[in-house]
Design a protein around this ligand. Sequence first.
Ligand SMILES: NC(=O)c1ccc[n+]([C@@H]2O[C@H](COP(=O)([O-])OP(=O)(O)OC[C@H]3O[C@@H](n4cnc5c(N)ncnc54)[C@H](OP(=O)(O)O)[C@@H]3O)[C@@H](O)[C@H]2O)c1
Length: 247
Amino acid sequence: MGTFDGKVAVVTGGTSGIGLATARRLADDGARVYVMGRREAELKQAVDEIGHGAVGVRGDVADLADLDRLFAAVEEHGVDVLFANAGGGEFTRLEDVTEKHFDQTFDANVKGTLFTVQKALPHLNEGASVILTGSTAAGSGAEAFGVYAASKAAIRSFARTWANELKGRGVRVNAIVPGPIATPGIDGLAADEAGAAQLKGYLTESVPIGRMGRPEEVAGAVAFLASDQSSFITGSELYVDGGLNQI
Ligand SMILES: NC(=O)c1ccc[n+]([C@@H]2O[C@H](COP(=O)([O-])OP(=O)(O)OC[C@H]3O[C@@H](n4cnc5c(N)ncnc54)[C@H](OP(=O)(O)O)[C@@H]3O)[C@@H](O)[C@H]2O)c1
């Protein structure tokens, strides 16, 4: 028996990094998984990799019509686990922030998360678990990461409000807070390979445990929050950060 046998899980940003590892974990543990991402080829590859009858819906979480298509696909099954994880960021110092940078970051991370959960509401089954993806950046004040950090601070706030608003339906809402995790998203923060290696070296040194995290380690924590093992946990943040923001 798998933990998620007979359950339906939706993972946005399920085609790479943390989302892909989580989609794989939930599917391996029995869930029927729906993943969303914008890039067609990556989506197809992820669906093959996840297996277990996973379904891919191509779309942008900041586009409300795309979200409608996602939840239309799951309609008959209802949703037991929603991992609103799609997002990302770029390094930009305050003096260089453009309107485009702001809009792109807040569209994916804030607008996308809000409307993913809003559009899921009619489909959430009794006892469903909603997990949002925050970031240690929200509380660290890292230079040149201000817009991203602010967008992730909104995630922490959303988790509190929505946990309150949905408690009457038996729906729990929590945020997962990853520290530096080795994903394609982290590589994408640097201009080139040398920059990516330098960034990873810096991050590795910063983390008390002495290394970056693996996407599977975040997936394990998400699986915990998604399961009945965490039945008395709602409105909380679970850090998966190797101690970065703790000690
Ligand atoms: N890696 C870390 O160290 C770290 C730390 C803290 C928090 N996080 C957060 O964890 C989440 C996943 O990051 P990751 O490191 O796994 O990054 P990743 O490897 O770049 O994966 C990001 C995923 O999100 C999708 N995505 C991005 N924008 C989207 C949009 N507007 N609409 C739909 N899908 C979108 C991407 O697919 P497409 O590009 O094809 O759309 C991809 O599947 C993000 O919210 C990130 O901010 C990561």
